[in-house]
Design a protein around this ligand. Structure first.
Ligand SMILES: *[C@@H]1O[C@H](CO)[C@@H](O)[C@H](O)[C@H]1NC(C)=O
Ligand SMILES: *[C@@H]1O[C@H](CO)[C@@H](O)[C@H](O)[C@H]1NC(C)=O
Ligand SMILES: *[C@@H]1O[C@H](CO)[C@@H](O)[C@H](O)[C@H]1NC(C)=O
Length: 408
């Protein structure tokens, strides 16, 4: 508890300087193909799900028609497996001509015409993870190509780069190259993910270089994957929480709600915890065919408001007890988001009694606060004082989420 308070003081008085490109002042929201569509290039046998321009055009259509853009999801992003295996005669990256016959610029134009932003993928090393051309030795040229195409976001992977000093230099050089194009391009890095196995990354430098950064393993469509990411983040929160803020965010990877692997309770847990962790909300799912309950959860305005809170402070785990994890995230207002996860994958719903005075940020209820429960169901819980107590009833692997707002 003591270190948490120290950490809070530090967040408010000694924020690390962020990459100065005016972007990602709140966590990025959008859609990214990887977890759901992977490196499916078999357009002959699987035309609806392979990586080709039609997939992104259809997602862009759905983003606008189905209320995603209105809810805040703005970026439509390509991941690996879009390029041709060879650069062109001038050494420029080019899209696979069979799968992207109109070219990337036309696709970007289409996505822009819908009022959306367009993201693409590259790699700091000699090849991408799936073996397509990497940008090593081509940072300036590739940045220029992306800018000419109208790219708004670059996800820059870290495969095929084994020297950690070169990895750092590569991410920094690409950041500089993007800046020098004069186009505002959000820069999504995987630098710390690749550096952790060798040494502790320098998050001061990372925050100066990138708008968000992957720290840990790729997300899978499973509750065990979500739990491992959340637990890793909690274990490293002393390092991670102070470096998040407007302009730069820790990235625990994509939202997988709306796919196959999570129950509805587990989907509520991912959505709540990604909002608490001030994580980019990049969905990877099929927007053309989405369960209405998943859609309602992903578009839940109250959860999105927590994610996008202008204070931009990342939440943290307060403690664990009786098979529950307790998290809080200070919000502007002042207000506080509280999440309680039932980690017991056994039995039925269990009650978690939360005494306000035990929260590190109890001051938000001094003298009184107004409580809104958002998950598992929306409910106005009324006014509480410092000696107040909340009782949440939570399904196995589900999460209760609430906001506490100071009343003067
Ligand atoms: C490039 O960096 C400078 C200073 O660091 C900043 O003022 C400028 O807005 C940046 N330009 C772009 C396009 O990101
Ligand atoms: C980064 O840029 C510096 C300065 O131009 C250069 O010396 C270095 O080799 C570059 N590193 C990489 C990995 O591109
Ligand atoms: C981390 O990066 C910052 C900013 O680039 C630099 O000033 C600092 O010396 C670095 N820290 C270490 C331990 O290398």
């Amino acid at each position: 508890m003591i270190y948490l308070l120290v950490l809070l003081v530090c967040v408010s008085v000694c924020p690390v300087q962020a990459l100065d490109n005016g972007l990602a002042l709140t966590p990025t929201m959008g859609w990214l193909h990887w977890e759901r569509f992977l490196c499916n290039t078999d357009c002959e046998n699987d035309p609806d799900n392979c990586i080709r321009e039609k997939l992104y055009m259809q997602m862009a259509d759905a983003m606008v028609a189905e209320g995603w853009l209105e809810a805040g999801y703005e970026y439509v992003c390509i991941d690996d497996c879009w390029p041709h295996h060879q650069r062109d005669a001038q050494g420029r990256l080019q899209a696979d001509p069979k799968r992207f016959p109109s070219g990337i610029k036309k696709l970007a134009d289409y996505i822009h015409s819908k009022g959306l932003k367009f993201g693409i993928y590259g790699d700091v090393g000699s090849m991408t993870c799936a073996g397509y051309p990497g940008s090593l030795g081509f940072y300036e040229q590739d940045a220029k190509t992306f800018a000419e195409w109208g790219v708004d976001l670059l996800k820059f992977d870290g495969c095929y780069m084994n020297d950690m000093d070169m990895l750092e230099a590569g991410y920094k050089n690409m950041s500089k190259a993007l800046n020098q194009t004069g186009r505002s391009i959000l820069y999504s890095c995987e630098w710390p993910l690749y550096e952790w196995p060798h040494r502790q990354p320098n998050y001061t430098a990372i925050r100066q270089t990138c708008n968000h950064w992957r720290n840990y393993n790729d997300v899978y469509d499973s509750w065990s994957s979500i739990q491992s990411i959340v637990d890793w983040t909690a274990t490293h929160q002393k390092i991670l929480v102070p470096v998040a803020g407007p302009g730069g965010w820790n990235d625990p990877d994509m939202l997988v709600l709306g796919n196959f692997g999570l129950t509805h309770d587990q989907q509520q847990s991912q959505m709540a915890l990604w909002a608490i962790m001030a994580a980019p909300l990049l969905m990877s799912n099929d927007l053309r065919d989405m369960c209405p309950k998943s859609k309602a959860l992903l578009q839940n305005r109250r959860i999105i408001a927590i994610s996008q809170d202008p204070l931009g402070q990342q939440g943290y785990q307060v403690g664990k007890a009786f098979g529950f994890d307790l998290w809080e995230r200070p919000l502007s207002g002042p207000s506080l988001a509280v999440a309680v996860v039932n980690r017991q994958e056994l039995g039925g719903p269990r009650a978690f009694p939360l005494a306000i005075a035990t929260l590190p940020s109890w001051q938000v209820c001094d003298p009184k606060c107004n409580v809104t429960q958002i998950l598992p169901t929306y409910q106005e819980l009324g006014v509480l004082a410092l000696d107040g107590k909340l009782v949440f009833k939570i399904n196995p692997s589900g999460t209760a989420l609430a906001t506490l707002t100071r009343i003067k």
